[in-house]
Design a protein around this ligand. Sequence first.
Ligand code: DX5
Ligand code: ZN
Length: 221
Amino acid sequence: MKKNSVLIAPSMLSADFANLKEEIEKIEKAGADLLHLDIMDGHFVPNLTFGPYGVSCIKKYATKPLDVHLMLTNPEDFIKPFADAGANMISVHIEAVLHIQRTIEEIKNLGIKAGVALNPATSLDTLKYIISYIDFILIMSVNPGFGGQKFLKPVLKKIEECKKICQKENPECLIEVDGGIDLSNVKEIRKAGTDIVVSGNTIFREKDYGKVIKKMRDLCR
Ligand code: DX5
Ligand code: ZN
């Protein structure tokens, strides 16, 4: 994965699911670098979305990498099904996994980029013994479960601290930030050290996705 320019990852959670094929084509044409897919189980988060079958349907039309964010209890039980469905990146929540290194290894052995996701109030200390194994960190900037929530301000400092940790422990590791990112805050979020910007509502509520993505990218320069 490239590190110098920002990567924009639209969250398909905010797309029109009745027209998913067109939405995928539209968002890729608009300049998406990755497609962020939010998988929710109604246990780890108070919402439900779709499973491996949904991912495999998206894979039929997507040409960009699929970034699969597992908001599940026991995500280790679902790595293989999501790999078979076509995931290119998989993140698991550290709060949900008992043997995180084993799970990360399983993801990587399947040839997939492996990430650890952290809820807003989860300390960066939890990364200490796993950071050297991972390809990316997903920092949640809202409590996971829904699109369209407000960015939690204390997370800005967390991104800055995370950046320092990465520089020291694993300079190749990318920082992805997810939740409540809009045109008013994307600049400082990028400046704090974000490599991958996830954005759902801000992009999909507009008619012209390309215009918003371009604005985001310009603000990130
Ligand atoms: C929240 C999800 C996010 C969310 C982002 O649980 O992980 O990916 O859909 O959407 P916005 O940008 O609308 O906060
Ligand atoms: Zn997400």
